[in-house]
Design a protein around this ligand. Structure first.
Ligand SMILES: NC(=O)c1ccc[n+]([C@@H]2O[C@H](COP(=O)([O-])OP(=O)(O)OC[C@H]3O[C@@H](n4cnc5c(N)ncnc54)[C@H](O)[C@@H]3O)[C@@H](O)[C@H]2O)c1
Length: 435
């Protein structure tokens, strides 16, 4: 769906008017389609040298320059400060100095990353305080970022440095355009590289966010199954034909859904990634909500995908080093009037990914993406004033696109991203809701 204000504020007259009236001027984001999938350089690394060897190797692979010292007059596509060694108030000055001196040199749509450690892994109270404090710092930095800039905190556990590669690539690149102010913990070890073709199951794949996922995963070389409800069969088949996927027309809440999915999965040889994207809303305040509205949302959004996950895991059809990604929602984090059923089901996934992450085993990770306001048919149905507020109430001043959620799911599904497990990553432009 088009965002007329964004277009207007970036037109000649509109830009002048917005500036004169002091109105916000959200910057049209630069995603993979405009700026490519790789990080945009040059990059400037400050602070501890803990990730320096890894970053130098990655920069070479991405074909960008990585400077360890700001060069005269240079402007940067990404600023990285490794704050891993900050363990007291005095050493935190280095963080201030680095960004104070460099933030104005960040190009539009630039990326800022702070590297830290899991606070509980530190040896002292001051250490834990400062490592925890980085979260407040990064969230503020993200709010100060201009012209499509973003900032995140990556907490890299000792020994997990190599496992940070896919997260560094994602958060430094245009792929994470609508993700900002996030804190991601990386632990464990990098999974061995595999050249085998990967197979993915995506539910709710015929339109909206699911369609964007299906197209992106296919473009990245994944084969697999695109699933949607029988009512969406025509669209699903057209899409599946276009991307070379198998179409599975199935209501995930049907009594025989697990059985049918297990046989489709078996025919496919199992999945390396499963993305639970199918979801519905039946919005009404609790006093007015019917039992059917409650039951259907709970079944589609939580009950059925949990049952299908269990069936696939028990049948051994999520392959070793597999990835499970659930689509949660900001409603599940912040709550929303008229969405008690939806918020329960989406918050339920936050608990589910934590438990499944610990229990799945065999190198399988389980994570959730929590989209904020994404421009789809679901949000087009929201009344204008509420829709406009939802769009603007974030640091990037605009709604996200389905591709933003798809990119985040793709990163979580990457074979070498075994270090992120049990996480909930918001795709919301740093929404003020639930922050
Ligand atoms: N659009 C947003 O702003 C937003 C924000 C937060 C979370 N989400 C979540 O993202 C996901 C996708 O949302 P969207 O905006 O693309 O919605 P959408 O309504 O366009 O797509 C949802 C898809 O799920 C399918 N589906 C519904 N019930 C099903 C069932 N019983 N069995 C199989 N498939 C079924 C639908 O047919 C549809 O293709 C949902 O889980 C939604 O809750 C969306």
């Amino acid at each position: 769906m088009s965002d007329r204000y964004l277009d207007f504020a970036n037109s000649g007259v509109g830009g002048w008017l917005a500036g004169t009236l002091g109105l916000p001027r959200p910057s049209p984001l630069r995603r993979r389609a405009e700026a490519g999938a790789a990080p945009v350089g040059p990059l400037l690394l400050g602070g501890s040298a803990r990730l320096s060897p890894l970053l130098h190797g990655l920069a070479e692979r991405w074909g960008v320059e990585l400077h360890s010292k700001a060069q005269d007059g240079a402007r940067y596509g990404g600023l990285i400060f490794d704050a891993s060694d900050i363990a007291d108030v005095a050493s935190a000055t280095g963080l201030y100095r680095y960004f104070h001196e460099t933030v104005r040199r960040l190009d539009p749509h630039g990326r800022m990353l702070v590297i830290g450690r899991p606070p509980e892994d530190t040896a002292t109270v001051e250490g834990e305080a400062l490592q925890r404090g980085l979260e407040g710092f990064v969230r503020s930095l993200a709010k100060e970022a201009r012209e499509g800039g973003t900032a995140q905190l990556l907490r890299v556990a000792a020994g997990a440095e190599e496992a940070a590669a896919s997260s560094l690539a994602f958060f430094l690149s245009p792929r994470s355009a609508y993700v900002s102010g996030q804190v991601v913990t990386i632990s464990g070890t990098a999974a061995p590289a595999s050249t085998e073709p990967r197979r993915v199951l995506i539910t709710g794949a015929s339109r909206g966010i699911g369609e964007a996922m299906a197209r992106l995963f296919a473009a990245e070389g994944y084969a697999g199954t695109a699933l949607d409800a029988p009512g969406a069969e025509t669209d699903l088949r057209v899409l599946a034909d276009q991307i070379g996927a198998e179409a599975l027309s199935l209501d995930i809440t049907a009594a025989d859904a697990a059985e049918r999915l297990v046989s489709a999965a078996r025919a496919a040889g199992g999945y390396d990634a499963v993305v639970h994207n199918a979801g519905i809303t039946r919005d009404r305040t609790l006093a007015r909500m019917s039992a059917t509205e409650w039951d259907s949302v709970m079944a589609v959004n939580l009950g059925a995908p949990l049952a299908l996950t269990r069936a696939l895991l028990e049948a051994g059809l999520i392959r070793s080093n597999g990835r499970i990604v659930a689509v949660s929602s900001l409603s599940g984090i912040a709550g929303n009037k008229g969405q008690a059923n939806y918020a329960l089901s989406k918050a339920g996934w936050i608990g589910a990914v934590r438990r499944l992450a610990a229990e799945a085993g065999d190198g399988i990770t389980v994570n959730a993406v929590a989209p904020g306001f994404i421009e789809t048919r679901m949000t087009a149905a929201i009344p204008f004033a509420i829709r406009e507020a939802g769009r603007r109430m974030n640091s990037l001043g605009q709604g996200g696109q389905p591709i933003d959620v798809a990119e985040t799911a793709l990163w979580l599904a990457e074979p070498d991203n075994g270090g992120v497990n049990g996480a909930v990553v918001r795709v919301c432009g740093q929404s003020l809701l639930g922050a």
